[in-house]
Ligand binder design. Sequence first.
Ligand code: NAD
Length: 376
Amino acid sequence: KVIFVPREGAGEERVAASPETVKRLTAMGFSIVVETGAGTASGILDGDFEAAGARIGSASDAAGADVILKVNRPTSSEISGYRSGAAVFASMDPYGNEAALAEMARAGITAFAMELMPRITRAQSMDVLSSQANLAGYRAVIDAAHQYGRALPMMMTAAGTVPAAKVFVMGAGVAGLQAIATARRLGAVVSATDVRPAAKEQVASLGAKFIAVEDEEFKAAETAGGYAKQMSEAYQAKQAALVADHIAKQDIVITTALIPGRPAPRLVTRSMLASMKAGSVAVDLAVERGGNIEGSVKGSVATVEGVKVIGYANVAGRVAASASALYAKNLFAFLETMVSKETKEFAVNPDDELVKATMLTHGGQVVHPNFAEAAA
Ligand code: NAD
């Protein structure tokens, strides 16, 4: 079987394969074609892919591929170059994009949404949400530090003392926990909040202070899958009052709060930003899902009430080389489950729970239960 790895579109520096995964996929019996220049922005040259066993080709090689490995959901023009029956693995961003799913179904593609991978032990090595969110959390702190006109660590010098920056992280999932750890490494005084009770201990274990309204609703706020629930209006009001007090004393706020399949919760209002010191910085990692911060602008740094609000999209892509290496490994781990150890045959098993959870389209239909109805 033939695997094709395209160069991603403008604004995406990541690539869905690495020399390591090319080598391992080749050893499993695949022939791999990588579009010329696909890895350049991630520091992987055509020659590196060639040395690992790939052939360097062009976009038109997609037509001969059985499997296509991508970072982002294919565009209409990309889809038109795929053959019917091809299996496409990518971050598909399926929620709210039902028309795009229907288009992939019509093209006869079998599309897998890597972000729907269940968070079970067996699939940990395939968890693109975690591998990418971890880097986004790291980069959020670096971006904040870059915009902040002061030093993060306390510095006692002959010329006087620079106080440590106060960093507040809202949402202590994978990205938030890495943001906490990174801000601590840079010497900031860090606090964090979340609506899931399990986050409390994790925040404390990283040396940050946990701030939250810990009522009955909080104690039940985690789903079986480990995600946050949408909180009641009453809870959100209490949370906002607590946060408003705390934010006024912070130098940097980093928000990462998401609820699967829903718009991001609005956590920071304009008046909260106005209460912060001039020159403070906020980072909205949820900007692509509607934003946690009022006034954040996707793709840029906006000044809102005197606070620099960073709204960069695709923050993991701002650490492209690391992000590509981990993402490629996630895809490899999933593909590996579809190849028979004895015969080296590649086959999609529709009864496998990982396939059931991630397969969006197959045989001309949108097959995923979360989207089939909307697409019909
Ligand atoms: P996410 O990206 O869906 O959300 C980020 C964080 O925002 C979450 O911690 C969530 O609780 C929080 N949040 C939502 N609404 C909020 C609000 N109103 N105020 C404050 N915070 C709010 O989450 P994630 O990073 O994907 O992690 C979700 C869970 O999955 C975590 O418990 C994580 O440890 C767990 N996880 C498990 C595995 C595994 O077992 N394989 C892998 C990765 C993550």
